[in-house]
Design a protein around this ligand. Structure first.
Ligand code: SAM
Length: 316
């Protein structure tokens, strides 16, 4: 299944956290608790966790996107010193938590993927609905290659593999060939150029019924540019290791590749008796949430808990 937030209608609310009640139900924030949002984004879930753990719960908000962190800072300002922020990658959560002097945690949230803030900003290049430079980097300050760079230098076979593996795009070969042929005439620099190329590469009769034909291509490039699936399983296991006994980890995914990584890792940790699974099946948004926030439609939440009897780590 492809990314829900990538093909949303225009008139949906911005910066609305997905599955907010479910996140609170699984993480169970309480006064005095210590929480971590490893993908703090616009700060929606973080705000809810801080409100539910008032007056003295603390939260570490991490994001690799400095612009998201600035938005979260605005939103969380009323929480004062209870809200702490670190710019970084959740794959380095142990080091970030140590640097912030926080942890182990009562609850950790990873709300994976791209935020509305990122999708809705044409200058970020994530959306085929908004023309802009083909950037797609979550961490622009990090200076890594953009999606346009990737399209300029990747061999056709690599482009095909990216589209197939990260977009589950059945027309991967055709699109990759069209990309390679086009760059001989000049670089693809904008989201509109890329969307138009994909529209022309896929036969019209084969366009997917409910999504834009470029949806899978945009998802695939975004995952490749940000290396989103690399080390996700290790990051989930590392996050679980940062929980106190009884602490909980919730992960929200938006496409099948992410959900598979979450499900497999959680099952492995449960088989090793390191963690208990709280969600036999993924939790999905109800009709009320979907009516109010159609962007939530691909969301799947899974949660695990560290057994109380496991006293392997010290209390903070
Ligand atoms: C779906 S949004 C989170 C929205 C947030 N829960 C809210 O309520 O506003 C995902 C966020 O995770 C960030 N992100 C994605 N991969 C990351 C990584 N490896 N490390 C840190 N942040 C990451 C993105 O920059 C984005 O801001």
């Amino acid at each position: 299944m492809v990314e829900g937030r990538a093909h949303e209608p225009e008139d949906v609310p911005r910066h609305v956290p997905v599955l907010p009640a479910e996140v609170l139900a699984f993480l169970g924030p309480r006064p005095g608790g210590c929480y971590c949002d490893g993908t703090v984004g616009g700060g929606g879930h973080a705000e809810a966790l801080l409100a539910a753990s008032a007056p003295d719960g603390v939260l570490l908000g991490v994001d690799r996107d400095g612009e998201a962190l600035a938005a979260a800072a605005d939103r969380l300002r009323p929480c004062g010193g209870r809200a702490r922020r670190m710019h970084g990658d959740y794959r380095d959560l142990a080091a970030l938590a140590a640097a912030a002097g926080l942890g182990p945690f009562d609850g950790i949230l990873l709300d994976l993927g791209v935020s509305s803030l990122q999708f809705d900003d044409p200058s970020r290049g994530f959306s085929f609905r908004r023309d802009g430079p083909l950037d797609m980097r979550m961490d622009r300050a990090g200076g890594g290659p953009t999606a346009a760079d990737l399209l300029r230098v990747a061999p056709p076979a690599e482009l095909e593999a990216i589209l197939r593996d990260f977009g589950e795009e059945r027309w991967a070969r055709r699109i990759a060939r069209a990309l390679a042929a086009t760059r001989a005439r000049g670089a693809i620099a904008t989201t509109a150029e890329l969307a138009g190329l994909v529209e022309r590469a896929i036969p019209r009769r084969a366009w997917p019924p409910r999504i834009h034909p470029a949806t899978r291509t945009f998802q695939a490039l975004r995952i490749a540019v940000n290396r989103e699936l690399e080390g996700l399983d290790a990051a989930l296991a590392d996050a679980a290791a940062l929980l106190k006994p009884g602490g909980r980890l919730a992960a929200i995914s938006f496409h099948s590749l992410e959900d598979r990584a979450v499900k497999t890792t959680f099952r492995r940790l449960a088989a090793e008796r390191a963690m208990e699974i709280l969600t036999r099946k993924p939790v999905t948004p109800g009709a009320g949430e979907l009516a109010a926030n159609p962007r939530a439609r691909s969301a799947k939440l899974r949660a695990i808990a560290r057994p109380i009897a496991d006293c392997g780590i010290a209390e903070c």
